[in-house]
Design a protein around this ligand. Sequence first.
Ligand code: AMP
Length: 276
Amino acid sequence: MKIIKSVSEFREAYKNADKPLGLVPTMGFLHEGHMSLVRRARDENATVAVSIFVNPTQFGPNEDLLDYPRDMESDLAMLGNAGVDLVFAPSANEIYPPGFDTQVDVGSIGSRLEGEHRPGHFKGVATVVCKLLAIVRPDRCYFGQKDAQQCLVIQRLNADLNLGAEIVVCPTIREPDGLALSSRNINLNPDERKASLVLYQALGKAKDMLESGEKDAEEIRGAMRRIIEHEPLAEIDYVSVADPFTLEELNEISGEALALMAVRIGKTRLIDNMMI
Ligand code: AMP
């Protein structure tokens, strides 16, 4: 496994890489959610590249950039065991050298929900993914459904700017009790870890209601909110039942809908979603 820190070194490695090449972009502190993407990429490509980059531009001024968990040694061991060929782990200066001044803004899909609650977040995500696609030039690029809106933003970006990668969306990996795996889960204390189950419970409730014939999306949002509000350690950022392609809030549900939420458990902000 080759560990590469600079863009020029990656270009060199790319020339000799067997194709197709699959890329899994991550911010590190890897868990089974990330590794499910890596394994899928390993199955489908001759060469697998994983990027590890905690992208400063997708964090707001009062967010957890400095506290974001990191463990490069363990990450590299996991990726080595999974048969990854190339790890791209650039510094912030390599990605944003002095004078850097271009941003990619993905319009309406990037402005709702997470976009509304984390201004500038998707601009940071879209810009860094655009750069990673330009540097790595993968045939396929792998993302997790856990970050459903991010997947939609990147599909839009990839189509609109003709970036030419196949965007592969992989299912959310959960703990046995339903909590979606996330690097941020490490920050939950035991009480908060218990409280975090309200996210999955609320999503389950949404699914049950729809399956029992409830078509009024506001009724479903209300029931989800009540479950979360019942937990004293939980504070809602948003709860949504939206069109799975546009993320516009639904009134009446006629086909598939996506239930999404962002909830603060203590200082830790968790997101989750489920197709219902
Ligand atoms: P992150 O390191 O949090 O930026 O995540 C890197 C990639 O892993 C993103 O495409 C995430 O959607 C994906 N991912 C994170 N957690 C999970 C999970 N629990 N299940 C599936 N994919 C995940």
